[in-house]
Design a protein around this ligand. Sequence first.
Ligand SMILES: Cc1cc2nc3c(=O)[nH]c(=O)nc-3n(C[C@H](O)[C@H](O)[C@H](O)COP(=O)(O)OP(=O)(O)OC[C@H]3O[C@@H](n4cnc5c(N)ncnc54)[C@H](O)[C@@H]3O)c2cc1C
Length: 453
Amino acid sequence: MTDYRSLSFWHDTVEDDLTPRPPLPGDTTADVAIIGAGLTGLWTAYYLLERDPSLHVVLLEKNIAGFGASGRNGGWCSALFPASTASLERRHGREPALAMRRAMISTVDEVGRVVAAESIDCGFTRGGTVSFARSAVQLAAALAEVEEADRYGVDELEMLDPDAVAGANGALGASFDPACARLHPAALVRGLARVVEARGATIHEHTEVLDWQSGSVSTTRGRVRAARVVVATEGYGATLPKTHRRILPLYSLMIATEPLDDSTWDSMGVSHGRTFTDFRHLLVYGQRTADNRVAFGGRGARYHWGSSIQPRFDRSSAVFKHLRRALSELFPQTADAEVTHRWGGPLGVPRDWHASVTFDPASGIASAGGYVGDGLSTTNLAGRTLADLLTGADTDLTRLPWVNHRSPSWEPEPLRFAGSNLGMLAMRAADAEERVTSRPSFAAKIMGPLVGH
Ligand SMILES: Cc1cc2nc3c(=O)[nH]c(=O)nc-3n(C[C@H](O)[C@H](O)[C@H](O)COP(=O)(O)OP(=O)(O)OC[C@H]3O[C@@H](n4cnc5c(N)ncnc54)[C@H](O)[C@@H]3O)c2cc1C
């Protein structure tokens, strides 16, 4: 029996006993069958039932609701989308790209609205994100980011001067994006599961889906016949034959410290609700938790052959050491704080780093995912959009450019293994190169487009 509490700091501290709900008792029927009870599946159920409370919605979950990335993430409820505005414009045109940006920004407020309306106590506090620039190269990147946002005129980014970010070691300035809230991810996803159940959905946990086709889903516990099927397995899709090459599981790992006192937080200059990062290439991200810890994560864990996902990959002592060093270096005020929790999990990366929502009315099969590390809020937009698509509504959401976007498949092995791990090494090398040369990295320029920069 899995010890779900040990999955992450969030699972350890969520007010929920994490007892699995009963599995599917055998063959059944539903109007909509949803595969996976992470935020994609649950937000879809939530908005479907809001649009049509008479729908019979069944969620099929291999583990427990919130077992995956949705319960373990950094708690940034942001307006970030894995494809940049410029790349959305190149691919879809200016107006669709701007519509996507507006939809993402309003999604942060929509999550806040629902958690308040449904009394989901997840510490949602909208304090914005500060991205520290800690070298001349990073400062140039921050300025370029703010200038680009100004040019498009949708995101309200601004530059912060060095005085405003003096608490972060070596910060020469920062960009600030107000469109981000911090929250407790397991409290959100477990709370949302209870809300959708109260609205009439059935969640079957410990029910592994083996396959699906138009009109039915087969599981280890029986078959569900449903005219509409939603595939919401994100990174875990790589373990299923139908979606194996459509998504690549990338591990992100995190640590949490013991609670810090208010004077330490004051010296760091990080208020409640604020999330933070910097402009290095090998991404790091942090939040001040509601109970005053630092929850701090980053990339750097390697990709595993054949897109394998194993519980032991959630933990890597080398990455945890790297994160501890990176946190102490960014905030020396935290250097003596004990690290109380270490965890990680797989997120889903599509070949072109472009998230999508899809629905084929002929087969009744829908899906959403490919959010990379930006799914906490994007899943909400996906859920609203899928609810519109599945109920046949033609809305602003169903016209957004990520609807029915089809990413190419990932290469077969050994190319996938070589490419992914090379990309990771290149980003690490790019950071080292910039530290030494004080110039924008050549490695990042070459490899960036392949690894989502
Ligand atoms: C460490 C980490 C930090 C992150 N930080 C952030 C952040 O700060 N902000 C942000 O926006 N995003 C972040 N992300 C990404 C974000 O968490 C995800 O994009 C988002 O949660 C995806 O939600 P989902 O429901 O699509 O997928 P998941 O939450 O992964 O849910 C998929 C579900 O499918 C189930 N499943 C898998 N296979 C089967 C099967 N065969 N049958 C039935 N069920 C199955 C799984 O058990 C799981 O519950 C982070 C991710 C990680 C791992």
